[in-house]
Design a protein around this ligand. Structure first.
Ligand SMILES: Cc1cc2nc3c(=O)[nH]c(=O)nc-3n(C[C@H](O)[C@H](O)[C@H](O)COP(=O)(O)OP(=O)(O)OC[C@H]3O[C@@H](n4cnc5c(N)ncnc54)[C@H](O)[C@@H]3O)c2cc1C
Length: 314
C-alpha cells in the first residue's frame, strides 16, 4: 500500500553538500567564477524594466551599522540573463513572482518546514541503502500532516527528518518537538539507540508542485528550482527537479546567446522546453498527491495516492 513515488530502488543516497562542492569544482574548472558568501541583495533592472543583474550586499558591517575592518562594499553583477536559484521563497525570487505576476491563475503556493538530523549509529544497526519513509504519527495526533524519512548512508551514518506542512491549526505544535517524538517510534529508535547525533538543521520547502508552479521566465531572467517550486512532494525530493530546471535554463540561454541575443528578453520558450522534459511529466503525474492528503487526510488520502500513483500512474 505504498505509493510508488515513495519507492527508492535504483536511487543513490548521497550527501548533497558533497555533491554541491563537487559540482562547484567542475564549474570552476570550466572557467565559471563562484562568489561564495556574497548574497545577492537587490535585483537590478534596465531602463526597459528587464532584469540586468543583481547587486550584492555590503559585507563587514557591525550590528550597530558601523563598518568593521573586514568591510567590503556591495558590487553590481551585470548579465544578459540572470538565473535566480535561491531555494524556497528566496527574497529576490518572490519579488519577481509578485512584480511580474508569475503565479497568475496558479494555485496558491504551499510550504512546509523540514527538520533533519545526521547520526552516526552502531554498525550492527546500520543497513546501508535502507530508506524508511513515513506519514501519520506523530503529526496525526495534532491533526497535522507531513512526512518523515530515514536514509542509511555509508560509514554508519543515518540521515533522518520530518517535514511538517505549514498549515497546522494547533498553535502549540512544535515541529522540533515532533521530530524528537518521531525518533521515539520503535522502528526509528531501533536504529538510533547507542548512536550519536552529529549535526542538525531546518529549512523551508516549497511543496505546491505542479498546480502552483509559476511562469519561470521574466525579461532578462529565469526563476528555477525551489525558488519557483519544482520540488516533487510525493517523493520529498527536489534536488533532481531543481537541477533539471537549471539545466534547461542553461540550454535555453546558451541557445539564444549563440544566436546573438543581446539579452533582456523574456524567453517564454523556456517554459515549452520544461513542458517537453521529464520534469513536467514527473510533476504533472504527482499533482494530486498533496491535494488528496489535504482533502481526505493522511489515511484516506494515502489510499487515494496509492491508487492514483500505482494504478493510474498519476
Ligand atoms: C529536510 C529536508 C530534506 C530533504 N530531502 C531531500 C532528499 O532526500 N532528496 C531530494 O532530492 N531533495 C530533498 N529535499 C529538497 C531539496 O533539498 C531541495 O528541493 C533542493 O535543495 C532545491 O534546490 P535549489 O538549488 O532550488 O535550492 P537550495 O538547495 O535551497 O539552494 C539555494 C541556495 O541559494 C542560496 N541563496 C538563497 N538566497 C540567496 C541570495 N539572495 N544570494 C545568494 N545565494 C542565495 C541558499 O543559501 C542556498 O545555498 C529536502 C529538503 C529538506 C528541507
Amino acid at each position: 500500500m505504498i505509493p510508488k513515488t515513495m519507492h527508492n530502488e535504483g536511487n543513490y543516497i548521497v550527501s548533497l553538500g558533497k555533491v554541491a562542492r563537487w559540482l562547484g569544482e567542475q564549474a570552476e574548472s570550466l572557467g565559471v567564477e563562484i562568489f561564495p558568501g556574497f548574497p545577492a541583495s537587490e535585483i537590478l533592472f534596465n531602463e526597459l524594466g528587464a532584469v540586468k543583474g543583481v547587486a550584492t550586499g555590503e559585507m563587514g558591517v557591525s550590528a550597530s551599522g558601523e563598518r568593521k575592518g573586514t568591510y567590503e562594499p556591495g558590487m553590481e553583477l551585470h548579465a544578459k540573463y540572470t538565473v535566480f536559484a535561491e531555494g524556497c521563497r528566496g527574497h529576490l525570487g518572490k519579488q519577481l513572482i509578485e512584480q511580474y505576476a508569475l503565479d497568475h491563475q496558479k494555485s496558491p503556493q504551499h510550504y512546509g518546514i523540514g527538520l533533519k538530523e545526521l547520526w552516526k549509529i552502531e554498525p550492527a544497526r546500520h543497513e546501508r541503502g535502507l530508506v524508511v519513509h513515513g506519514a501519520g504519527w506523530p503529526l496525526s495526533e495534532n491533526s497535522a500532516t507531513g512526512g518523515s524519512f530515514l536514509y542509511h548512508l555509508e560509514d554508519n551514518y543515518v540521515s533522518l527528518g520530518l517535514i511538517v506542512d505549514l498549515n497546522y491549526e494547533q498553535p502549540f505544535l512544535s515541529p522540533y518537538e515532533e521530530l524528537q517524538r518521531y525518533k521515539t517510534h520503535p522502528r526509528i529508535r531501533h536504529y538510533l539507540e547507542g548512536g550519536k547525533r552529529i549535526s542538525y538543521g531546518a529549512r523551508a520547502i516549497t511543496k505546491g508542485g505542479f498546480n502552483s508552479l509559476p511562469k519561470m521566465s521574466v525579461p532578462g531572467g529565469f526563476v528555477i528550482g525551489c525558488n519557483a517550486g519544482t520540488l516533487n512532494f510525493s517523493k520529498i525530493k527536489g534536488t533532481h527537479t531543481a537541477m533539471k530546471s537549471g539545466m534547461i535554463a542553461a540550454e535555453t540561454i546558451f541557445g539564444v546567446l549563440t544566436d546573438g541575443d543581446p539579452g533582456g528578453k523574456d524567453h517564454t520558450h523556456y517554459q515549452s522546453n520544461v513542458d517537453i522534459s521529464w520534469l513536467y511529466t514527473e510533476l504533472k503525474s504527482s499533482r494530486n498527491f498533496g491535494p488528496a492528503l489535504h482533502k481526505f487526510g493522511t489515511y484516506a488520502g494515502g489510499a487515494f495516492n496509492y491508487l492514483d500513483q500505482n494504478w493510474f500512474r498519476g
